[in-house]
Design a protein around this ligand. Structure first.
Ligand SMILES: CC(C)(COP(=O)(O)OP(=O)(O)OC[C@H]1O[C@@H](n2cnc3c(N)ncnc32)[C@H](O)[C@@H]1OP(=O)(O)O)[C@@H](O)C(=O)NCCC(=O)NCCS
Length: 281
């Protein structure tokens, strides 16, 4: 019998989140070791486990286990790599991951969910939005991969990537995504990226979200510097980076942004340059 690491996350609809009644946020994620003869069998066991686990949490909170949950969780199976047998033999080992949620005056940055597919695909498929991006226009499969990747970051231990939905606090509408990814081999360094749906442009949202992510990187992750690449013709994004206090550090010919076609600049801001000032969104 092989052992598989089954990872799952579960999502609550907005009306369940931070509700006034008990203030509970049900969104979270966990991992469990599953003994099975095949990946398919491990997936079945893992799905059943995820449901029981989440149902238990709902029970503890004194609310009814909602039916939507069955379709609500995403799951990944990994063949056993390094099993920690000290953690109780065949007993399930839960490693809760804390979902990131960052609030700014107008926005809430939160973990992306599989149910964000339509909102994300709408902009990721828009030729004007992806004009200066290294990816896109997305096929549906590309967007599914992106959402899986984003969820995978949330499960990773240690976590090195944060790809968060940008939502408007007043309406919960998803208007884009912002990412902060630690740079491999360079400790305390991370790359910032953002992309917004066209109807949301021009409201200062990219600046507000980017500022919050840079602050999160410096104050919570202990980063020393955050950098971003940007196509030389992407004037709006250059302006955003400047407003985030970033300075142009280098010029790169081709290969990076705009799917390898455009030249780009690299911008950077260091924690030491921020001087501990309060964020000015
Ligand atoms: C670039 C992008 C993120 C900007 O988002 P946004 O929410 O509209 O940005 P903000 O409103 O926070 O700020 C934009 C700034 O650029 C300025 N700007 C916007 N369009 C501009 C243009 N064509 N030329 C010059 N400046 C422009 C705005 O006036 C504003 O600066 P100001 O406050 O000094 O007036 C958005 O256009 C986008 O998602 N584009 C597609 C994806 C992308 O290119 N991502 C960045 C990859 S590096």
């Amino acid at each position: 019998m092989d052992r598989f690491l089954f990872r799952f996350g579960y999502e609550a609809p907005d009306e369940w989140r931070n509700n006034e009644r008990d203030g509970t946020d049900f969104e979270s994620s966990a991992a469990v070791w599953v003994s099975a003869t095949s990946a398919k069998e491990a997936e079945e066991i893992g799905c059943g486990y995820a449901e029981r686990f989440v149902a238990g949490l709902f029970h503890q909170a004194g609310v009814t286990f909602p039916g939507w949950l069955q379709a609500g969780y995403a799951h990944w199976l990994e063949p056993e790599a390094e099993v920690d047998t000290s953690a109780g033999g065949d007993l399930p080992r839960i490693r809760p991951a804390v979902p990131v949620s960052i609030e700014t005056p107008r926005l809430r940055l939160r973990e992306l969910r599989s149910s964000d597919f339509n909102s994300v695909h709408d902009y990721a498929n828009d030729p004007q939005v992806i004009r200066f991006m290294p990816w896109g226009p997305n096929t549906e499969a590309d967007t599914i991969d992106f959402l899986r990747l984003a969820a995978g970051h949330a499960f990773a231990d240690p976590r090195v990537g944060y790809e968060l939905a940008i939502t408007v606090r007043d309406t919960s509408e998803l208007v884009g995504a912002v990412g902060l990814h630690k740079t491999p081999e360079v400790p305390h360094d991370a790359m910032l990226g953002y992309c917004l749906a066209r109807p949301a442009w021009g409201n200062g949202y990219a600046t507000e979200a980017g500022r919050a992510m840079v602050d999160f990187g410096f104050s919570t992750l202990g980063l020393e510097s955050v950098w971003a690449g940007c196509d030389v013709e992407n004037t709006a994004s250059i302006r955003v980076l400047e407003k985030l206090g970033m300075s142009r550090e280098s010029f790169h010919e081709g290969k990076t942004e705009r799917r390898g076609e455009g030249d780009s600049y690299m911008y950077r801001v260091r924690a030491s340059e921020r001087g501990g000032a309060e964020p000015s969104y």
